[in-house]
Design a protein around this ligand. Structure first.
Ligand SMILES: [Fe+2]
Ligand SMILES: [Fe+2]
Length: 221
């Protein structure tokens, strides 16, 4: 795996070895190290799960391409989407390469009940509110993924895996911020801030309610 797989245009690349950036994450529930120690007992299943998450993240970003709220795309709307989709596709390539190298096989199917639960929070049929919620739910998934990669990088005894997870942190951190910025272009900033606060509270309940297992968005035993 080459270093440039993880390059992103969203934020400067963090120096090698700097794993923790918790102050930039607004999450209301902190994943304990025990979660990472548990899921790392099944590293190949965890990589397969992540591969599907990266694919879904790329698809999800592209769905916003022409959903701008005004007559034309706001500044940085299109470039944000293109950047996220490109990053996620790079992550997919990297995780598939690592899965194969370690002797794993991509599962035939995939479920992510965490994301499904989050999507129930979207105010459907509400125009700008629906779009902003979809963007903020995307931001939540990115922020939680970022936090989970931090825990995995810290806990993995496999240096290759640890470097792999550490290399994803800055990218996912940038993605969550881009989605929040996009929501700010849909609704008034104060409205977005209030909604973001509410959704952060809900996300903390949802992640803790997930079943345990070798998944990036699983619950803790
Ligand atoms: Fe990703
Ligand atoms: Fe991402």
């Amino acid at each position: 795996m080459t270093d440039n797989i993880f390059q992103t245009n969203t934020l400067p690349t963090f120096p090698r070895g700097l794993v923790r950036i918790p102050k930039t994450l607004p999450l209301r529930y902190q994943t304990p190290p025990e979660w990472a120690e548990g899921v790392l007992l099944e590293p190949l299943e965890l990589l397969s799960d992540q591969a599907y998450l990266e694919k879904k993240a790329a698809n999800n970003a592209l769905e916003f391409l022409n959903l701008w709220p005004s007559a034309g795309p706001p500044d940085h709307w299109l470039s944000s989407i293109a950047t996220i989709a490109q990053d996620e596709t790079s992550h997919l390539k990297a995780v598939l390469k690592l899965l194969e190298k370690k002797g794993g096989v991509l599962a035939r199917s995939h479920k992510n009940p965490y994301a499904l639960d989050l999507r129930t929070l979207v105010r459907k049929g509400k125009g700008g509110q629906e779009l902003a919620d979809r963007l903020l739910v995307s931001a939540l998934i990115e922020a939680r993924s970022c936090e989970r990669f931090e825990r995995l990088a810290e806990s993995s005894k496999d240096s290759e895996l640890s470097k792999f997870y550490a290399g994803l942190i800055a990218s996912e951190n940038g993605h969550y911020q881009l989605f929040v910025d996009m929501a700010m272009k849909v609704l008034a900033p104060r409205e977005v801030e209030n909604r973001w606060d509410k959704l952060l509270e809900e996300e903390a309940k949802i992640i803790q309610a997930q079943a345990s297992g070798p998944r990036i968005h699983s619950g803790t035993l």
